[in-house]
Design a protein around this ligand. Structure first.
Ligand SMILES: Nc1ncnc2c1ncn2[C@@H]1O[C@H](COP(=O)(O)OP(=O)(O)OP(=O)(O)O)[C@@H](O)[C@H]1O
Ligand SMILES: [Mg+2]
Length: 256
């Protein structure tokens, strides 16, 4: 889509105006121009009314607390294009060399793909009734979902690593059950499941961080499945008696 010159100037001016507002002080230093543009679009469309502080900053994404026009809390996951560029390494030696004109665009596309993958995985898991944050919308490298709080608005629920469930037997059963349902009904494997990606909201567990999940037709899906079960078992067996990962794994793949 070609924008005309005036349109571009108009957008830049409105960007400058917005820079005065506090809302953007917290994001403008971290994000590139196009990410900010996407954020403004989501605000203009009405998906985001207010953006508050960052609640988590990882290597690949930052999560912000925001609210929509109905004053519902949102978790806004913004995938970092800049660090993705750094991770590709030595970009400065490549940029400006006409032979590699496309590389920046490619990185942006990969990050966008990652974001859309997380959104689609989340939707599939949500649609079969798993306890996951409700996905709202994504655009480019920004994903908006339900905010899972700890009882205080804007404070994320702790992970089960930070706040182990009181009833470990029940928690273990519910996670194993989720893994099974995910394979049988949603035909997905999370592929990054561990105590770090499960939130404990008043003893209700939510599985998050769906970017790595794959369809069961993926050539390595079974390997990822066994790895997820093994990770979960390693955590729970510190507290309770657990079933051998291979037994659960076989039950899942043999009856699908
Ligand atoms: N829907 C949500 N509601 C509340 N907090 C959330 C939500 N999603 C993520 N968080 C917070 O952000 C943290 C990181 O989220 P997530 O694992 O999705 O990001 P990540 O960038 O992949 O992180 P990491 O690299 O550490 O795995 C979570 O531990 C949690 O504190
Ligand atoms: Mg994570």
């Amino acid at each position: 889509m070609e924008e005309n010159f005036e349109e571009k100037i108009r957008k830049k001016e409105s960007l400058k105006r917005r820079k005065d507002s506090n809302m953007f002080k917290i994001v403008e230093e971290v994000f590139d121009y196009q990410t900010l543009q996407t954020l403004y679009r989501l605000i203009n469309i009405g998906y985001i009314k207010r953006l508050y502080g960052v609640v988590a900053a990882g290597k690949e994404a930052r999560i912000y607390w925001g609210v929509n026009s109905k004053n519902m809390d949102l978790a806004i996951k913004i995938f970092l294009v800049k660090t993705a560029e750094f991770r590709r390494g030595r970009l400065k030696y490549i940029e400006g060399d006409p032979r590699f004109k496309k590389i920046k665009k490619d990185i942006r596309q990969i990050v966008r793909l990652w974001c859309s993958k997380e959104f689609r995985n989340l939707k599939r898991a949500y649609s079969i009734g798993l306890n996951v944050p409700k996905p709202y919308v994504f655009e480019n490298n920004i994903l908006i979902m339900e905010f899972i709080d700890a009882g205080i608005r804007g404070v994320p629920a702790p992970t089960i690593k930070e706040d182990p469930p009181k009833d470990m037997e029940k928690a273990y059963r519910s996670i194993i059950d989720s893994i099974k349902k995910l394979w049988w009904k949603a035909r997905l494997v999370h592929a990054d499941l561990s105590e770090y990606n499960i939130l404990n909201k008043n003893e209700r567990l939510y599985i998050i961080d769906w970017g790595s999940a794959v369809d069961i037709s993926h050539p390595r899906s079974e390997e990822f499945l066994l790895r997820d079960i093994t990770n979960i078992t390693r955590f729970f067996k510190m507290y309770i008696k657990t079933i051998k990962p291979e037994v659960i794994y076989k039950e899942i793949v043999l009856s699908s």
